[in-house]
Design a protein around this ligand. Sequence first.
Ligand code: NAP
Length: 342
Amino acid sequence: MAGSTERALGVPRVLEPTGVLPQAAQRLDASPEIGPDEVRIAVERLNLDAASFRQLSEAHHGDGAAVRAAVLEIVRTRGKMQNPVTGSGGMLIGTVDAVGPESPLGLRVGDRVATLVSLTLTPLSLSDGLARWDGRSEQVPAEGTAILFARSIAAVLPADLPDAVSLAVLDVCGAPAATARVVERAGARSVVVLGAAGKSGCLSLAAARAAGATELTGLVRDEAEAAALRATGLADRVVVADATDPLAVAAAVGTPADVTVVCVDVPGAEHGAILATADGGTVVFFSMATSFPAAALGAEGMAADVTMLVGNGYTPGHAALALGLYRSAPGVRALIEPRIHP
Ligand code: NAP
């Protein structure tokens, strides 16, 4: 019989290898029967994380049916949606349909919720073959069941926003929270965001401004994104460069910033981000496509005295902060809405 800490962390759901927590597991038990401190959710929609969806799309040359088959196979074999190449997942929304008597999450049957823990550790079983999904968007209409542990988090969906919006914003809500925290703690003035016209990017710009930063630079990949970002006024300066080309990033950014936030969904942005950051500054690697060796060894090789943070998807208050920015910043809405497929 598992101890309460083990149960709270979902350890009894780990099938292989034994001795790891669910996030590191190869395979989870996704059966719908719940333990006394678990919650079962009737799944309505998944949000695949951007790095994972891009990798799957590129690997299958944009063939939606093949992407759908790949996602089904991952969930079938792993009992969770964890892309084996990127290691990343996403999150989901659904309706609570069973609550164990010892669950501390405060959820009730019938609550419509977004899970704020990654799909990479959420036991998931799909029952509809993802028949309503064309494999061409990050948001996946789905039927099945998901399990939350005692030590999970979920947010009741706000009534004033469409589900697709809440899902997209909550998926990346760790980014603005991390940005705000770093800017506030460091008293940072200048901030560069790589991938600034994307979902986490524009939220991070808005969060940096609200936290007191006064020189905001948004780096985007092309003129179309630059025009869209300029129109929002979220950044004081918009520059165009390939985030995976370090010298191009350094040239475009110019004077390095106090804080750099990496919000692209492609690998290879580590060295540009380090070059964009002043000595004594901080890089927040929110992107799941970040390589720890590339960041650590790259900084060492450039003798760059920067603090590098892994973008923890959880910060207390992160969901409310991101939804608040979405509601209050028209520029954030203007950039996120076109990215959402209802
Ligand atoms: P998104 O909305 O797709 O935004 C990514 C942006 O980066 C897009 O504007 C994209 O441009 C741009 N971009 C891509 N390649 C680029 C390049 N070479 N140079 C410059 N810009 C480039 O993605 P998101 O949902 O904000 O997610 C961003 C990252 O956060 C992903 O890596 C995701 O995995 C990660 N994430 C992390 C957590 C966490 O807990 N740490 C949670 C969720 C997501 P195009 O649109 O033109 O391609």
